[in-house]
Design a protein around this ligand. Structure first.
Ligand code: AP5
Length: 229
């Protein structure tokens, strides 16, 4: 993983492949991913964003995913692996990618390994956004997002310049349907049962970097840059 001053044309794609391991909902991975994407010229593949777009467009995939998402449960491994496999083939992902929200089961991690092996690329780094559950409720219920870009704001911690409006495009911000206290409980349960073992899976490979995700967005950004430089 190189710095922004690196000439990316001279770097093979396997040395630029990065993964953002998901951590609990609200840990800040969606806040940091766009920065990593811009700084390292990677493509940003967020399964949650892709699934929400499919739900909004009422595609067959979206129809299948909607019920699980509304309840805060995970959608099936096959569905998610299919969309990631497809997305990774885009020309914009040629230099490497940031995976945001994927893999979040050990089954997904194993399928990802198989996919990458076929392409001759590997995961460079897994960022573990470590944070206590008690901090997450305030983060989730105060979140507003710009649907088209995935930019994330918070009424208290990261307010937009004009309330309810995206700083970059001037378009309205929205609140996610699953950002309620009740659905957050199921999302956390899914995280502890199904996603925590994924962290152990990557620990054994020696590529996990643990971040202090309870710190301010700026401090977390500094930690991310340190780990990736
Ligand atoms: P997804 O969209 O991935 O949601 P999530 O995992 O619940 O994660 P969040 O987006 O809530 O958290 P985040 O860490 O990105 O938070 P953010 O940076 O915005 O998935 C949604 C659903 O899709 C899942 O429930 C599942 O059904 C399905 N799905 C997706 N991927 C799947 C997969 N691989 N397999 C199966 N199903 C899948 O931060 C939150 C708020 O806090 C923001 O307002 C932000 O401004 C603020 N904030 C951020 N950082 C800080 C900080 N350091 N200090 C203070 N405030 C901060």
């Amino acid at each position: 993983m190189g710095s922004s001053s690196l000439n990316l044309e001279d770097v093979s794609s396997d040395s630029l492949t990065t993964e953002l391991l998901r951590r609990p909902p609200g840990s800040g991975k969606g806040t940091q991913s766009p920065m990593i994407k811009d700084e390292y010229c990677l493509c940003h593949l967020a399964t949650g964003d892709m699934l929400r777009a499919a739900v909004a467009a009422k595609t067959p995939l979206g129809v299948k995913a909607k019920e699980a998402m509304d309840k805060g449960e995970l959608v099936s491994d096959e569905l998610v692996v299919g969309i990631i496999d497809e997305a990774m083939k885009k020309p914009s992902c040629r230099k490497g990618f940031v995976l945001d929200g994927f893999p979040r089961t050990v089954g997904q991690a194993q399928m990802l390994d198989e996919m990458l092996e076929k392409q001759g690329v590997k995961i460079d780094k897994v960022l573990d956004f470590a944070i206590d559950d008690v901090i997450l409720e305030e983060r989730i219920t105060g979140r507003w997002i710009h649907a088209a870009s995935g930019r994330s704001y918070h009424t208290k911690f990261a307010p937009p310049k004009v309330p309810g409006i995206d700083d970059v495009t001037g378009e309205p911000l929205i609140q996610r349907k699953d950002d309620t206290v009740v659905v957050l409980r199921s999302r956390l349960e899914a995280f502890h049962k199904q996603t925590k073992p994924v962290i152990d899976y990557y620990w054994k490979k020696g590529i996990v970097a643990k971040l202090h995700a309870e710190k301010s967005p700026k401090e977390v950004k500094d930690e991310v840059q340190k780990v990736l430089s």
